[in-house]
Design a protein. Sequence first.
Length: 94
Amino acid sequence: MAERDTIRAAEALMQLDAELAHAITKFVDYSREDILDFIASQVMNTWTLTLAAQSAGVTEEAVIASMLHCEPIHLGTKAVCRAEAFKMFSSVAR
């Protein structure tokens, strides 16, 4: 159940955050690193991410991991996307 809620939160964030929704349309021209950098700088620590995570009852890291795994971003398997999200949040915590 929590995984389904996390996916819904990620999808809602990608659809309802206007700036993110617009940027996603341009991700086809971005490299993997550019996408990760964009998410780290423009999505992390935003109220919309916090709201999506809290509404689903999950962590912001889980929402980012799910967002990285969902279409249209889909940067890899769930495990790869969880690792990328972990790295993002670990670098912020330092």
